[in-house]
Design a binder for this molecule. Structure first.
Ligand code: PHE
Length: 369
């Protein structure tokens, strides 16, 4: 039996020779220093500090050494491995810092740059206010009715009791489609929708009709050849002017708030009898601007009242033209200017702003869709 080989010389294990350990360490340190980025450092770590790296292999050899030699070899290999792992840690930190800095620069966003994203469109304020006006009546059970903008003269005038030589029928006010002989016009008001509704719907009829209308007016601050009206019509048994007044009052409360008075002034329309112009108390000064010494009101021009539109009790002749028994049924109707309402409700000074399509005008109304 031989004694343990006490004379084993560690230097003979090549991997553990001091020069070898130093070389492995120096190679590792050089590679670490040369690693240009984190990926490269990962490869270097595997090669010089991984399980199969020269220093790891050398470390494994230590176990086979005689006790006397273990300490010395262990110390050298341990120091070398520590130096390598320290260098790795340090290099890792440096490269991470570099990467973070680069990412900050490369991925930074200039929040002041324009996004190039198209702005959202929005409906025109005439459309949204028309819908709002109609909604007040829809809430009371009215239906929304429609009719064509290119209209037969019969619907626009005759059925509405305009006599054949009524001045409104001339080319001075009315756009004819083709010549005056065609009998086809661009509707001058939304009242032909009254006729179309009465001819096509079962009684009772409760409708509102917002829509585009045409007259041969020049565009100025308060007129336009194309504008919008909201027509209202109620035909039922037993309707009176009190119902008309109630409908108008509900509209004013719905659009401008509670507590504003309304008033009727006598007027004339061929299709209503009696006819009226309806005014509402100014919702800004509530009528106070008419008092002596009171500050002036821009909205009602210190008149205290704002004109809303025309109205009246449906002329029995209109009912007859639509085949309705005027002894059994009665009705009321009104016609309101939509742009007019938009103008005084929102302090719009000129029709030009409404028709020009400049988003600087429309945007303050919001992008409600
Ligand atoms: N159609 C009338 C106009 O354009 C308004 C109106 C409608 C009047 C309904 C009375 C009843 O001026």
């Amino acid at each position: 039996m031989s004694a343990p080989n006490k004379s084993f010389d560690p230097v003979e294990v090549t991997a553990l020779q001091p020069e070898e350990v130093a070389r492995a360490r120096d190679e590792a340190l050089a590679a670490i220093a040369a690693a240009g980025d984190l990926d490269e450092l990962k490869r270097v770590r595997l090669e010089h500090a991984g399980d199969r790296s020269p220093l790891a292999l050398a470390n494994r050899e230590i176990g086979a050494l005689p006790p006397a030699a273990k300490a010395d070899a262990g110390k050298r290999v341990g120091q070398a491995r520590r130096a390598v792992s320290d260098a790795l840690k340090e290099r890792q930190a440096v490269l991470e810092a570099e990467r973070d800095e680069r990412v900050l620069v490369e991925e930074s966003v200039d929040v002041t740059l324009s996004t190039g994203r198209a702005a959202y469109g929005a409906r025109h304020p005439v459309t949204t206010i028309a819908e709002r006006m109609a909604d007040v009546f829809v809430a009371m059970g009215f239906e929304v009715a429609e009719g064509p903008e290119v209209e037969a003269e019969w619907f626009n005038f005759d059925a509405l009791n305009f006599i054949p030589d009524h001045p409104a029928r001339t080319m001075q006010d009315t756009f004819f489609v083709g010549s005056e002989e065609t009998g086809v016009v661009l509707r001058t008001h939304t009242s032909p929708v009254q006729i179309r509704s009465l001819l096509s719907r079962p009684l009772p009829v409760y409708v509102v009709a917002p829509g585009r209308t045409y007259r041969t007016d020049e565009l100025d601050a308060t007129h336009a050849p194309v504008f919008h009206q909201l027509e209202g019509l109620a035909v039922d048994e037993g309707l009176t002017m009190a119902d008309l007044r109630g409908g108008i009052d509900a509209f004013v409360a719905g659009m401008f708030g509670e507590g504003l008075k309304t008033r009727f002034r006598p007027s004339y329309f061929p299709f209503t009898e009696p006819s009226g112009e309806v005014d509402m108390q100014c919702f800004v000064c509530r009528g106070t601007s008419v008092e002596r010494g009171a500050p002036p009101c821009r909205t009602c021009r210190s008149e205290g009242w704002i004109e809303l539109g025309g109205c009246g009790m449906v002329n029995p002749r209109v009912l007859v033209a639509c085949g309705i028994d005027p002894d059994r049924y009665s009705g009321w109707a009104f016609g309101l200017g939509i742009e007019r309402t938009l103008m005084f409700r929102h302090d719009v000074r000129s029709f030009h702003d409404i028709v020009e399509g400049d988003v600087r005008f429309t945007l303050p109304f919001g992008t409600e869709i």
